[in-house]
Design a protein around this ligand. Structure first.
Ligand SMILES: Cc1cc2nc3c(=O)[nH]c(=O)nc-3n(C[C@H](O)[C@H](O)[C@H](O)COP(=O)(O)OP(=O)(O)OC[C@H]3O[C@@H](n4cnc5c(N)ncnc54)[C@H](O)[C@@H]3O)c2cc1C
Length: 504
């Protein structure tokens, strides 16, 4: 006999049928029963504590604060495996979570102790056909760019190679090509997604178009995406790299940031972001990085970017013409994956030189306060303030591709995302650091409000656990998202059974 859950003829009825009612009396948790049922797909898809795969997967997180001890790790190889798992989770009522690249540093958002951890590591389709590429969520952006570049193309994705495809696109996706083409999610032409009823659906402008819209910003609230069909764009070489300055150059750097931010729309091939870093507690000191990008080869330096080269205090400069995959390092730059715990929080405001400056001052003042509050006992770590500009053209691009759920448009002009991150080695300081990050961003927010520049948008991919990105998309979009969720997930499988994710 087979249960309704049977995967072909792999799972005989008694595995689930007999155990479900007795979870708790058999000594198995519901999640463990699901693990056993999923083992029926093939032994290679399930890993338990003690195995190398379990250890690797449960530690495969950007932030060490996210490391988990799930009941088992489930690594589906096909969309059918995912669909089967969803039916198992439904029937057994067991808790699960979903992880792709593991870069969202929100503890619990991509894995929970005791739940089934569904990882997309084996969903690695990477198939480029003319104007589109089919990309599995298990790829990193470095892997994607290496393939697209072989055919002279690029897709819109992360600005660091180790970031995963799944989370970045479903949360929006800021890329170097954003000013030209919008958020990464705006360039998706079709999502292959497993919904709460265990069906594999396509969501695009003609089929499940409401779900298509919702997935562009809706993160993990609507289903598990098993493939992204994304537009490809021609790209040969790019001009770009990182200019690192002494900390004392910060005022002049911020001056140029504002000038460039203002006129970025005049040349959408230009893209950039800034990291203000204080790594004194690990002996590296303070410095400022400007990462610049020009989306085609250029002899010399594009005029809009030239002023950055004239600022005194340059420590190093890696800007040159190179392939895109050389430009996007595979985790080699930035902080290494899986070494630090990270806490981050962000705010959004309209382009403003005054707010940029004050945000940097508050960043410095609050670090000083935090250090004083810890006496001499501070854990080794790094404090980062990133300025990530949204060109107005990036916010309006959605109009051409069916819209997105983010609730932004170019009418308020270019916007700035300020992202504050505290990264440190030992997790013991979690609570005081979280409080310090929150207090800092709250002061920044109040200043932006007083200047009438604050924009009530929280970028999900840069949000702290207690921020509310979906509500920040605006009342109408929030309501629309909830209605679509009701249609595709009436029993709230992805909001209740799934552990982790922002509240919708
Ligand atoms: C070093 C670093 C660099 C970054 N650079 C950029 C950048 O350039 N641009 C940018 O926009 N953001 C950037 N981010 C933020 C990044 O977009 C988010 O952290 C994003 O969530 C990462 O995606 P992931 O697949 O690695 O994360 P995960 O932690 O695996 O997933 C994030 C969330 O999405 C859900 N999810 C993942 N895959 C799926 C799926 N297939 N179906 C349904 N739900 C899914 C998970 O359940 C989880 O809640 C960066 C982050 C880091 C740490």
């Amino acid at each position: 006999m087979q249960t309704a859950l049977a995967y072909g003829s792999i799972v005989p009825g008694p595995i689930l049928g007999n155990s479900l009612g007795s979870a708790g009396t058999t000594g198995f948790s519901r999640a463990e029963i699901c693990c056993l049922a999923l083992k029926g797909i093939s032994a290679g898809t399930i890993s338990f504590s003690g195995s190398q795969i379990y250890t690797n997967e449960t530690h495969n997180y950007f932030s060490t604060a996210n490391v988990v001890q799930p009941a088992c790790v489930f690594s589906p190889e096909t969309a059918e495996h995912v669909a089967y798992a969803i039916r198992v989770f439904n029937e057994a009522n067991c808790s699960f979570s979903v992880r792709s690249g593991g870069h969202l540093p929100v503890p619990g958002s991509n894995g929970r102790d005791g739940a089934v951890l569904l990882v997309t590591s084996k969903l690695k389709t990477l198939d480029i056909q003319g104007e589109t590429a089919r990309i599995g969520p298990g790829n990193t952006w470095a892997e994607v760019y290496r393939e697209t570049e072989k055919v002279g193309k690029v897709v819109l994705g992360g600005r660091l190679g180790s970031v995963g495809v799944g989370g970045l696109v479903l949360g929006g996706g800021i890329s170097f090509q954003g000013p030209e083409h919008g958020f990464a999610c705006d360039t998706v032409v079709n999502f292959e997604v497993v919904t709460a009823d265990g069906q594999i659906r396509n969501a695009n402008t003609t089929s499940n178009s409401d779900l298509f819209w919702a997935l562009k910003g809706g993160s993990n609230r609507f289903g598990i995406v098993t493939a992204f069909d994304m537009k490809t764009y021609p790209l040969s070489k790019v001009t770009g790299g990182t200019i690192t300055y002494k900390y004392s150059s910060l005022p002049l750097v911020l001056e140029q940031v504002d000038i460039l931010h203002r006129c970025q729309d005049s040349d959408p091939k230009v893209s950039f972001f800034v990291n203000v870093m204080d790594a004194s507690d690990v002996g590296v000191g303070q410095f400022v990085e400007v990462v610049i990008y020009y989306g085609k080869p250029f002899t010399g330096i594009p005029a809009l970017l030239q002023p950055f080269f004239n600022i005194p205090g340059i420590i190093s400069n890696t800007v040159s013409t190179k392939s895109f995959s050389e430009f996007i390092p595979d985790g080699r730059e930035g902080l290494p994956v899986g070494v630090f715990s990270h806490l981050w929080r962000s705010l959004t405001y309209q382009r403003s030189a005054v707010v940029n400056e004050r945000v940097a001052e508050i960043f410095q003042e609050e670090i000083r306060k935090f250090r004083e509050s810890r006496g001499g006992g501070i854990q080794p770590g790094v404090f980062t303030l990133a300025y990530e500009p949204y060109a107005a053209s990036m916010l309006s691009a959605k109009q051409k591709t069916g819209g997105n759920a983010l609730g932004l448009d170019g009418r308020k002009g270019p916007l700035m995302l300020a992202l504050l991150t505290y990264s440190w080695i030992n997790q013991t300081e979690f609570a005081p650091r979280a409080a310090a990050v929150k207090a800092s961003v709250e002061r920044m927010r109040r200043f932006a409000v007083a200047e009438k520049k604050h924009v009530n948008f929280v970028y999900l991919n840069a949000a702290a656990p207690d921020q509310d990105p979906f509500r920040s998309y605006g009342r109408a979009n929030h309501r629309r998202l909830r209605n679509i969720r009701r249609k595709y997930d009436p029993k709230r499988v992805f909001s209740v059974l799934q552990a982790g994710g922002f509240n919708l």
